[in-house]
Design a protein around this ligand. Structure first.
Ligand code: SAH
Ligand code: SF4
Length: 398
């Protein structure tokens, strides 16, 4: 008999695997969202949790709705300015709660308009968040992080050289976007059809989002809530290195756009580049893509493919890629490798990238080449770590 095969989603095997992944994530839980003086941060609570908290101080459920509107629609942080709330309650709220943001440890804007923040949370941990403006239009995507470090160690990724320190909480994930909005003065939340600079979110910063699923899911639900920030799920793209059992849940529960870090067309090479492949090999990964809910020509799955000179960039590999993804509504995002100090790869030549893209394109798949952005401020993919490390070292030890 063949070795047992981790079959489709409904199987008990996947359920057990999901439970294991969630239990492991809990070991890296974030600290409580509380100020040193005990005041609790209201950001990151679900609507129900906020209502419960109001009930606990004897307030009616509509207070929670009002607060939600102030926090997520108006972007207001000062209870005294929440004019629909009576003074005595404003004072009580200010005594017990805060509407938090991370500290901006550093901020830089690149010549191409890319802006990068180094955010510091209450326990001193830092992550980077990047705003990447669209080249042609007045909009852009905020790239948010989900973990401090990463448990996976993809051989071409700089973040992967930093061990997982901890998961980010839902609040910390939402607050990256809120702080980015503060920086651009984009409150209150405009209507969905109104132009705004921070129009999209890509969950492609530090960390593997599907290894911190519960916090990521909670955060994305807050970001998508119609009475608050109100970003539609079509404007959110989550990138995974291929945590197959969680992809099903992500599709069913969140329905955001999916990006998959493929990077190789044989298991042998992918085992080396994305070691998670040993657990969830290419065939299983692609099966999960085929059943991803809502994948259609209007909502394609993005396959990310980092272009490594002489490693994965041949014409034969381009043809194999096309064969592998046949039937999946997809586009292929070719990412020229961004080198970092000590990395063992080189970027493919423009000629190799052009040929590779040509083959993928001719097979009917859009194959945009991602132009490196913000290189001058080390904000391009995979480079997010350097500066936060440097900043950490420069800080005197506690
Ligand atoms: N952990 C998730 C999301 C964060 S990484 C994932 O792996 O998908 C976001 C994207 O940047 C991934 O496609 C990743 O493979 C890519 N990436 C990482 N390091 C890179 C580098 N040095 N050059 C180019 N792309 C890189
Ligand atoms: Fe982690 Fe993604 Fe980097 Fe791999 S590419 S080490 S999964 S952040």
């Amino acid at each position: 008999m063949n070795a047992p095969h981790r079959a489709a989603d409904a199987s008990g095997l996947d359920e057990a695997e999901r439970a294991r992944i969630l239990a492991k994530a809990a070991l890296f839980a974030p600290p409580p969202m509380q100020e040193a003086d005990g005041r609790r941060d209201l950001v990151g609570l679900s609507r129900e949790e906020l209502a419960d908290l109001m009930a606990a101080i004897g307030e009616k459920p509509f207070r929670a709705r009002q607060l939600w509107h102030w926090i997520y629609h108006q972007g207001e942080r000062d209870f005294a300015k929440m004019t629909t709330i009576a003074r005595p309650l404003q004072r009580l709220l200010a005594e017990r709660f805060v509407v938090g943001r991370p500290e901006v440890a550093a901020q830089r804007t690149s010549a191409d308009g890319t802006r990068k923040w180094l955010f510091r949370f209450r326990d001193g941990q830092q992550v980077e968040t990047v705003y990447i403006p669209d080249r042609e239009e007045d909009r852009g995507a905020v790239c948010i992080s989900t973990q401090v470090g990463c448990t996976l160690s993809c051989s071409f990724c700089h973040t992967g050289t930093q061990k997982l320190v901890r998961n980010l909480g839902a609040a910390e994930i939402v607050q990256q976007f809120m702080a980015a909005r503060d920086s651009y003065g984009e409150w209150p939340s405009p209507k969905e059809d109104k132009p705004r600079l921070l129009s999209n979110i890509v969950v492609m910063g530090m960390g593997e989002p599907l290894y911190n699923y519960e916090n990521v899911a909670k955060a994305l639900k807050i970001l998508m809530d119609h009475e608050g920030i109100g970003l539609s799920r079509r404007r959110i793209t989550l990138s995974t290195s291929g945590v197959v059992p969680m992809m099903d849940r992500c599709g069913a529960e969140l329905g955001v756009n999916l990006a998959v870090s493929l990077h190789a067309v044989t298991d042998g090479l992918r085992d080396e580049l994305v070691p998670l492949n040993r657990k969830y090999p290419i065939a299983e990964l692609l099966a999960a893509c085929r059943r991803y809910p809502g994948a259609s020509n209007a909502r394609r799955i993005t396959f990310e493919y980092v272009m490594l000179k002489g490693v994965n960039d041949s014409e034969a590999e381009a043809r194999e890629l096309v064969r592998l993804i046949r039937g999946i509504p997809a586009k292929v995002n070719l990412i020229p490798f961004n080198p970092w100090p000590g990395s063992r790869y080189e970027t493919s030549t423009p000629e190799a990238i052009r040929r590779f893209a040509g083959i993928v394109n001719a097979a009917g798949y859009a194959s945009p080449v991602r132009t490196p952005r913000g290189r001058d401020i080390l904000a391009a993919c995979g480079q997010l770590k350097t500066e936060s490390e440097r900043a950490r070292r420069a800080r005197p030890a506690a």
